[in-house]
Design a protein around this ligand. Sequence first.
Ligand code: ADP
Ligand code: MG
Length: 458
Amino acid sequence: MRFPFRRRTAAAPVPVAVPVPVPVPVPQGEEEVLLEAVSLTKAYAGAAGELPVLSGIDLTVRAGEIVAVLGRSGSGKSTLLRCLAGLIPPSSGTVRYRGTPLTGANPGTALVFQTFALLPWLTVRQNVELGLEARGVPPGERALAAAQAIDLIGLTGFASAYPKELSGGMRQRVGFARALVVEPDVLMMDEPFSALDVLTAENLRGELMELWDSGQFPTRAVVLVTHTIEEAVLMADRIVVLGARPYGTIRETVEVALERPRDRDSAAFDELVDRVYRIMTGRPVDTRPAGRAGSDPDRRTVAGTPLPPASVDGLSGLAETVAHRGGSCDLAGLADELGLDIDDLLPQVDALDLLGLAEVHGDDLLLTGTGAAYAGADAQDSRAVFAAAALEVPLVKLIANSLGDRPGATVRTGFLRDLLGRHYTVEQTDRQLETATDWGRYAGLFAYDADRQEYRRQ
Ligand SMILES: Nc1ncnc2c1ncn2[C@@H]1O[C@H](COP(=O)(O)OP(=O)(O)O)[C@@H](O)[C@H]1O
Ligand SMILES: [Mg+2]
């Protein structure tokens, strides 16, 4: 499990940044536009042709700003970043760098990856020089620039080390140095802290923000992909929240006008985190249809009701936790307290909601009557409650109905894949089948034979 840094407790030492004068905010539209995506869509292959994962994305990155792209796993964050970096072409729409449409790799960007992506047979210095080599910089200049980047990012003394000798945090510093050495206009980071332990991530974030605030960062703008709300609020000037239903679209853009360096213990910080949480859970309290009319089980379809990647263990655990707190709790607070991030928590929340076991109001999660019964019952009765609820979920219902009452009947996953493939990409289809299998097995609705790739009656 990944732990985000804690908000209301003081678990992690916070690097103290030297306060710098807060720059006077430049009115929107005055700073130079570096990067621009217009009506961008991107589709990947499904069983029946291309399926969009991003749709209608308009995004502008200006000099001087840090833009966070925040979204749950699978919402299309990495896809968007790769399109902006020119590593993959959009299916439609345009990406422009300084006004010029991209035809290949974006010359104004450099990337930092979650997995570091270092070459193990090269030293730190050689890894850092790679980017310059690719851009045809002569050796003398390369060495000088690499040494500067290595110093800037706190790797002095590690220049001749090999990646395997380094801790995760030091390896990611090499990732940063390698991107910064080319002095890109826009530094792009794809969840750069999520493979690091809490303290290391916290330290590295703090150091980067210090460099940014002090103007020593050799880049003019940053695009940060993250699934951690607090990281976005801590670092970004603007948070672009991607929603994944039905396709990755910009759900809302949030301006973060908090002074830097930011105080995460302040009420204003907490308020923003809560607000973004509400946007991410996507069920604003005022617009939620009364009595769950919008999610009337009778009108649900397989295409319109994707199953969240939530195991029975996880969603049961959440239901019980909420039951212990009297049947309702605040999601942001719960995540904070349990050290969960949105990718750990929100799929379970969606699952309880889909099953009719809980409802989300604002950023509160409330167990329904059925949910309370589920959480309170013994194992046998819980399964019965769960089975009834799961049969209202289209994909589970489809499998159960296809099996019918015939003894020995089977349903092949190929059939389900073809059907789901009309609406979802291969990866999305796989994930949903995994969830349906887990739920259906636990509920005693069907068994699954992985070798034969088929479902049968239990
Ligand atoms: N190369 C690919 N082929 C098919 N589907 C893909 C590919 N890459 C990503 N996807 C699908 O596109 C969606 C968005 O993926 P991604 O951009 O990696 O999201 P994120 O970075 O937000 O987790 C996911 O459902 C994923 O399964
Ligand atoms: Mg990603």
